[in-house]
Design a protein around this ligand. Structure first.
Ligand SMILES: Nc1nc2c(ncn2[C@@H]2O[C@H](COP(=O)(O)OP(=O)(O)O)[C@@H](O)[C@H]2O)c(=O)[nH]1
Ligand SMILES: [Mg+2]
Length: 386
């Protein structure tokens, strides 16, 4: 008889938690410098884009005379906020020098996690025009040479789109050719409180997707995690990481995996699920972990037998159900991993969209729905790679 590997609820929980901490640590930070005159709408924008209401607020750490850095315990994000652009020309150029020095100093350190990854320069469209001095300023930021940072110009508070579009054209004309200039986006971060239907928020998703494109790869996962605007971006990024896990499941099982080695496969899948959760930026509560795990595996919450995960899944694969007790081939391991990963991403997506609540985890209807999803993924009988 095969040996039975048994994970208790507590085992699973502490394993997941440890891997979760590791995944969060590996993720590092995304660091954005958000600049523009006071009142431009920087704070409003930051609050609208990121998952925490406190992102970019609070006291912050002074970094230079005009710059503060805001970190949030909940997010893999650092916001650098500048002051003084609305002041005299002298104060402005001083601030510009400070920003340049800051970028350079981070660059010299050579630590990817500490670099400024992008600049958002905010211009309030309510001002109707950009002054020449401000244009010069933006131009200077966009032409920093080798040690520069990609810059996105944002026309904020676009209650009147026509005016905002004219501003964007002005900026395009003046700055379009600069090497670090990565485009100009018009948006309204928050609906007009007095006329929310007449002036709904718009443009945030475009900004988030554009920012994702211009930041270095090392900061992308943290950015996807920290932002709360584009669920689509979370799903796509998670799908990309899933491919790596499918590949390694195939490799683990390639020298055909004796059935009793199922825990190896399970370790890979637990790592995968925590990694995917980290991409989404979801908080992992014990109830959530146990709820999802038991729903996916379809066994009582009290004990989760390592074998039952694999045997449960194998039985669902058409034509493979009969090889039970033999080996799990690389192909089968990859199929299971792919189906599990895709199902899990769908669950995360439902949670992120608010269509699934924590109260639902333990209902039979939910578990049946998850199993149905898993079955239909397995029916596709494809890993989606190679
Ligand atoms: N309705 C609405 N108000 C905004 C928006 N952006 C800024 N504001 C308002 O403009 C003022 C200044 O915004 P704030 O974010 O504090 O600007 P900051 O100085 O650049 O951080 C505040 O009263 C905001 O409520 C927006 O997108 N929608
Ligand atoms: Mg502010």
């Amino acid at each position: 008889m095969d040996e039975v590997y048994t994970y208790s609820e507590q085992d699973i929980f502490s394993k997941v938690l440890k891997q979760w901490e590791q995944a969060v640590q590996d993720m590092g930070h995304v660091n954005l410098l958000v600049t523009g005159k006071t009142g431009a709408g920087k704070s409003t924008l930051i609050n609208a884009v990121f998952r925490s209401e406190d992102a970019g607020t609070g006291v912050g750490q002074p970094v230079t005379k005009s710059t503060r850095c805001y970190e949030d315990d909940e997010l893999p994000l650092r916001i650098y906020d500048t002051k003084g652009l609305e002041l005299s020309a002298n104060a402005q150029s001083e601030t510009l020098c400070e920003i340049q020095d800051l970028i350079q100093e981070k660059w010299k350190k050579g630590n990817q996690d500490e670099l400024i990854h992008a600049i958002w320069y905010c211009v309030n469209s309510g001002t109707n025009r950009v002054e020449d001095t401000e244009l010069e300023w933006i131009k200077a930021l966009c032409s920093l040479g080798e040690v520069g940072v990609p810059v996105i110009v944002i026309i904020t508070q676009a209650f009147r789109k026509g005016v905002a579009n004219v501003l964007r054209d002005t900026i395009e004309d003046a700055i379009g050719g600069q090497s670090w200039y990565k485009g100009c986006y018009v948006l309204l971060a928050k609906a007009d409180e007095e006329d929310p239907t007449g002036h709904p928020a718009f443009g945030l998703e475009e900004l988030v997707k554009a920012t994702f494109q211009i930041i270095p790869d090392s900061a992308k996962k943290a950015f996807v995690n920290a932002q709360g605007i584009s669920i689509d971006l979370k799903v796509k990024t998670a799908q990309k990481y899933l491919m790596g896990y499918i590949g390694s499941a195939a490799a683990t099982g390639a020298s055909p995996l004796p059935f009793s080695d199922a825990p190896l496969l399970i370790a890979n899948e637990i790592a995968m699920c925590t990694h995917l959760t980290a991409v989404f930026g979801m908080k992992l509560e014990k109830a959530t972990i146990i709820g999802i795990a038991t729903a996916l595996i379809g066994v009582p919450a009290a004990t989760i037998a390592g074998k039952s995960i694999v045997s449960g899944a194998i039985k669902l694969i058409p034509g493979v159900g009969t090889v039970l007790g033999a080996v799990v081939s690389g192909g089968t391991a990859a199929l299971i991993t792919a189906a599990l990963g895709r199902t899990y991403i769908t669950v995360l997506e439902l949670i992120a969209r608010g269509e699934l609540k924590q109260e639902d985890w333990n209902t039979d209807a939910f578990k049946e729905k998850i199993r149905e999803m898993m079955r239909s993924e397995l029916d596709k009988n494809t890993t989606g790679i190679g």
